[in-house]
Ligand binder design. Structure first.
Ligand SMILES: [Zn+2]
Length: 390
């Protein structure tokens, strides 16, 4: 009898372990990156025609964190390379997320509360070094993208201005060509060592935000507890980022951190994925003052499509936020940062991007302006900020 109970318990334990390593991650993926219903209104012929001739450059996508082969088409989540191609995306920035504290909230996220990433990466059977190390998580995500690029002739990793120009030239004849660029979301990935900037750069990372959801050793987050400015360590890291021509991303930065970084750099910066307080008031979104200051330095604002960024669950809400930025500082500073697969609620997946073009036309933007917003401005800033060779 005892033996039967023991065998039953052992069997249940094995089932639980097998279940964890096989189905837990896909279940979390489908739940946190819910695939949206296709919008009920079809895209008009005019919008589709404008979209078909307009390459999309998206400044922010978290696909690499999830249990999906980037090259396969999935019925869950927001993106994969086939759906990005269907949405006419020619340039995609993939961001590495390395720490997500439990109980995160706009009211204040505590960096010391339990990190959920080890559970997600262990469930995907990532190497054990990634279970412990945030730097290793970033390096593994770069490796994941590298492997996808190596298996697909029309997918490139952009490290230099030359890579960008070559990718765009190829794309002119071959619409399947898609460039990718690596970004880090929050430099707690350095694990306290500024020299790890070089490690990340060598792995291909070209865009980095100082903070993510919580205050870290570099400075304050817009959703942190203190929301402070740049620390001495952050200042030291900023110097390295500039020497390595890393593009600075101010998404998730606190107001004080934005002020401090802008005071110390004259190069264009990006805000890879954000909303604006002018249409959606939240601490996570940019104030008019910061929109102006970023535009004055030649930077771009990647407006998001997710509900909490634009206070709405329609493409029109994103178009409205883009209109606000364009009216404030000019259309040449407006860009797109979807936050696809960033555990957010979005009105369409990557294949549905023509719905955004429809909303931009309805908002009164011309096809030329839509081209600037959807990719022209990003390409201009990357040409100015990427290293000329590597
Ligand atoms: Zn983010």
């Amino acid at each position: 009898m005892l033996r039967l109970v023991l065998y039953t318990l052992a069997g249940l334990l094995v089932l639980a372990i097998v279940g964890y390593f096989i189905i837990a991650a896909p279940i979390a993926d489908a739940r946190f990156n819910k695939k949206p219903e296709a919008p009920s209104e079809p895209v008009s012929d005019r919008a589709q025609a404008v979209h078909d001739t307009t390459m999309v450059a998206d400044l922010h996508n978290d696909l690499l964190l999830w249990p999906r082969d980037p090259l396969e088409r999935y019925d869950r989540g927001h993106t994969d390379v086939p759906r990005l191609r269907e949405g006419n995306v020619g340039l995609q920035v993939f961001a590495a997320v390395t720490q997500v504290p439990q109980g995160r909230s706009y009211a204040g996220t505590d960096a010391s509360s339990l990190d959920q990433i080890p559970f997600l990466v262990a469930a995907q059977r990532w190497p054990p070094r990634t279970w412990r190390s945030r730097l290793e998580r970033a390096l593994y995500q770069a490796q994941k993208l590298d492997q996808a690029v190596n298996r697909d002739d029309a997918l490139t990793l952009i490290r230099t201005q030359d890579d960008l120009d070559r990718t765009l030239a190829r794309r002119a004849d071959t619409p399947d060509v898609m460039g990718t660029l690596l970004a880090v979301e929050g430099l707690h990935a350095l694990e306290g060592d500024a020299a790890n900037v070089d490690t990340l750069v060598n792995a291909g990372y070209r865009m980095m935000s100082l903070t993510h959801l919580f205050d870290n050793a570099l400075g304050g987050s817009s959703t942190g507890l203190e929301k402070g400015g740049l620390t001495n360590f952050g200042d030291n890291v900023l110097g390295r980022l500039k020497r390595q021509n890393v593009i600075i991303d101010l998404a998730h930065a606190s107001d004080a951190l934005i002020d401090d970084v802008l005071a110390r750099t004259s190069d264009p910066v990006v805000v890879s994925h954000t909303g604006v307080r002018g249409t959606c008031d939240s601490p996570r979104n940019l104030s008019n003052r910061h929109v102006k200051a970023i535009a004055e330095q030649g930077g771009i604002i990647g407006v998001g499509i997710w509900e909490r960024a634009v206070c709405g669950d329609t493409p029109a809400a994103t178009a409205r936020a883009m209109r606000h930025v364009a009216d404030l500082v000019g259309v040449e500073h407006v860009a797109l940062g979807t936050d696809f697969d960033g555990t957010v609620s979005v009105p369409f997946d990557a294949a549905g991007l023509p719905h955004l073009t429809e909303a931009l036309l309805a908002e009164g933007f011309t096809p030329d302006e839509i081209q600037q917003i959807l990719s022209g401005n990003v390409v201009r800033v990357l040409r100015m900020t990427l290293p000329s060779n590597a």
